[in-house]
Design a protein around this ligand. Structure first.
Ligand code: 4AD
Ligand code: MG
Length: 466
């Protein structure tokens, strides 16, 4: 084949007709008759395909037969104005090379639609579907926008460890990391002798980079992390993954109000960025899966998120129950909200995103700043329509004395946390931060219903294939 530079489909569709072009990609469909074949080619650069028109008299029958759904091609030809429906341009094929054949009998992705559940079992082909092409491009755009937002605002990207000895959230649902031989674990005085393990102590995969993030923030002012996070909670829900990505900004000199303002500005920026940069893919997802998607994205931009305390929210929920609303889980002061409660507040009561604050201290982590009432802490959760909690964060307890007391009350080890407590010992400052679940954000932005479908290789209980 004559060597000219390949043009991506995305750019071809915007190009002026008349030029000689080279396209490469995978066949989505082939149709036509004895004289002429129409081939839809997609290369993943856009949701749209480029149409290839092949005059059958110019090509060997054996070559044309190899062009089946899923096969990969290089096509050189003239870009011409398209007479058919759809796009402005198409390629009149002069040369076609089949790069990779695709056995139509064994190929599991035929034209007919395949369910998202089924696709999860064929990882390599799943990513080649229109749906996953759209999701991967949106996911990339959101990751890029996150770095851009923080970079433009003077934050430093801090890489925190994935292997850690501390349970930041105190929830205890961690995956252990060990090189000990599990068939003969060394014991000493009736307990596992971790001194013989790789790190000489018990270590796990991190549930959050926050504690290390606080060290960064109290050094360079404003940092963010963006990395994988691991939780061994056995929750098989459409909103939980065992391995998910989290963005955790942490800011010195921010109080809870500054923290809320940043969280609101940040998510609005991301939603706006998606609308500005991913419209083709959003339209596809809107039409195929969720007709309210684009409208819902616009709806969070035009409003101020509702700020409401946990105690006020309990009153609202109890009032709803008195008025006959049925929740699956009971609600009273002191309980952690379920997503049905969060969604009631957002979707039915306020009709906009909600920032819940000032939770009972017993349902929150040790590091949250304690309020004067002795009962609540300055935590904040951002709740979104259709999702529930998308962000969790707080102002941090800056007082050495109060922090140490809380660690003791919660029966955590002060010794293991000395490195962290030192930030309060030497030049402590008021500071705050939060964590945005990347896949929860993507659930909102793509309108997908299941969190497994917004990450290329999902990890959930009993599932770590591919
Ligand atoms: O509320 P979480 O547990 O907060 C923290 O980890 C804090 N250290 C954050 C901070 O203040 N720096 O988790 C934060 C967010 C949640 O709001 C949710 O969006 C997401 O992480 N998340 C999960 N996403 C997917 N699967 C899971 N199992 C998740 N657990 C939490
Ligand atoms: Mg939370």
């Amino acid at each position: 084949m004559e060597t000219i530079k390949r043009t991506k489909v995305k750019d071809l569709l915007k190009s002026e007709p008349g030029q000689d072009v080279l396209a490469k990609g995978w066949v989505r469909t082939k149709r036509g008759n004895k004289q002429i074949k129409f081939i839809s080619l997609n290369d993943g650069s856009t949701i749209y395909n480029i149409q290839i028109v092949a005059d059958t008299s110019k090509f060997e029958e054996s070559l044309l037969q190899k062009i089946t759904t899923g096969s990969s091609l290089a096509v050189r030809g003239k870009l011409v104005e398209s007479v058919g429906s759809g796009q402005a341009v198409e390629i009149q094929a002069a040369e076609i090379e089949v790069l990779g054949e695709c056995d139509p009998v064994r190929y599991p992705l035929q034209k007919k639609d395949t369910s998202l559940e089924y696709l999860r079992t064929v990882a390599h082909l799943r990513l080649r579907t229109n749906t996953f092409g759209a999701i991967l491009r949106i996911r990339h755009n959101m990751a890029f926008a996150i770095h851009k937002f923080f970079n433009d605002n003077g934050f430093v990207y801090l890489n925190t460890p994935l292997i850690t000895e501390s349970d930041a959230e105190g929830a205890g649902d961690m995956f252990e990391v060990t090189t000990l031989d599990l068939t003969k674990v060394p014991m000493k005085d009736g307990v596992i002798d971790y001194s013989q393990d790789f790190f000489g102590k018990r270590t796990s995969l991190t549930v959050s980079g926050q504690l290390e993030g606080e060290l960064g923030a109290t050094a360079v002012g404003e940092i963010y992390t963006f990395g994988p996070t691991f939780r061994a909670e056995n929750s098989n829900t459409p909103r939980h993954l065992a391995e998910f990505w989290m963005i955790e900004p942490e800011m010195a000199f921010y109080d809870i109000a500054d923290n809320m303002a940043l969280a609101e500005e940040f998510v609005k920026y991301l939603v706006q960025y998606a609308l500005d940069n991913c419209m083709d893919d959003l339209k596809f997802l809107n039409d195929k899966y969720d007709n309210g998607l684009i409208e819902r994205l616009h709806s969070v931009l035009g409003v101020q998120f509702q700020r409401v305390t946990y105690t006020e929210a309990v009153d609202i929920l109890e009032e709803a129950v008195r008025n006959g609303h049925k929740f699956e889980f009971p609600v009273h002061w002191g309980t952690d909200f379920q997503s049905e409660h969060e969604r009631f507040l957002v979707e039915q009561h306020f009709g906009k995103p909600v920032i819940l604050t000032d939770f009972p201290k017993d349902i929150k982590a040790f590091y949250m700043k304690q309020n004067e009432d002795g009962k609540t802490v300055r935590g904040m959760d951002v709740l979104f329509p259709k999702i529930g909690e998308i962000i969790g964060g707080s102002e941090r307890e800056a007082s050495l004395e109060k922090l140490e007391k809380r660690i003791d009350e919660m029966h955590m080890s002060r010794k293991n946390l000395e490195w962290y407590i030192d930030t309060r010992r030497f030049g402590t400052v008021p500071h705050s931060g939060f964590g945005l679940g990347f896949e929860r954000l993507l659930l909102f932005v793509t309108g997908m219903a299941n969190i497994r479908d917004v990450i290329p290789f999902p990890r959930t209980p009993k599932n770590a294939e591919f």
